[in-house]
Design a protein around this ligand. Structure first.
Ligand code: CA
Length: 225
């Protein structure tokens, strides 16, 4: 999952980015409203964390413009403590959730996971498809045999994206857009490398190559293609 973090406070932004990375998200960080507003419509984020108090372009205005342009990515706003009117204005402008500063990063992560889950129409907090169960807290996957496979950060993000989009042909470009942040070095052959590693861990039949188009994660790997 790839997040956009818009936060002008350098210390807070740096710490948040680090914590979100270690929680298994790819994170782009914008320090101004103008840059964030652009990135939000330009890149395929799964969720956005938007600080409302930005020096150049207020967060509320950024949000307003996005929603006016039919941009539907889930947005969690960060508001000043006790500023109940900010929360109301933010929700009315199209925010999906909010957190008042200061907050615990664990709460932010749990809220983000819930937002992305809801946006994907998933009701259970546990991601389970085709007999595989993804443990998002420990970043590992449980196989139908009961065995457990540990995943690296990239493998985890890639498998989570596949499991959230079963039975769809996912192009390498699309996978890259959701798995890496803007600073990562990524070529399309890197996706091939990680698909190969994932196959070794979860089984070849789990990730089918659709020649010239991309990959499919079947919800029923035993079924005829
Ligand atoms: Ca701020």
């Amino acid at each position: 999952m790839r997040l956009l973090l818009i936060e002008d406070d350098a210390d807070l932004g740096r710490g948040l980015r680090r914590d979100l990375l270690s929680a298994g998200f790819a994170v782009d960080w914008a320090m101004t409203g103008t840059e964030g507003a652009f990135l939000g419509v330009d890149q395929p984020y799964d969720a956005i964390i938007l600080d409302l108090g930005l020096p150049d372009k207020p967060g509320l205005e950024v949000l307003h413009d996005w929603r006016a342009a039919q941009m539907s990515t889930p947005v969690l706003i960060l508001t000043a403590r006790d500023a109940w009117h900010e929360r109301v204005d933010g929700l009315k402008a199209g925010a999906d959730d909010y957190l008042g500063k200061p907050f615990h990063v664990e709460e932010l992560i749990a809220r983000l996971q819930a937002l992305v889950r809801r946006a994907a129409g998933q009701t259970s907090p546990q991601l389970s498809v085709g007999g595989l169960v993804l443990d998002e807290d420990r970043q590992c996957v449980r196989l139908p045999t009961g065995a457990q496979a540990d995943l690296t950060g990239t493998e985890f993000r890639l498998l989570r994206y596949f499991m959230r989009n079963p039975d769809k042909v996912l192009s390498k470009d699309r996978l890259t857009g959701h798995v890496y942040d803007q600073y990562a070095e990524h070529g399309s052959n890197l996706i091939e490398v990680y698909v190969r590693r994932l196959r070794e861990k979860i089984g070849r039949e789990r990730l089918r190559t659709q020649r010239g188009q991309g990959y499919v994660f079947p919800s029923d790997p035993g079924a005829e293609r």
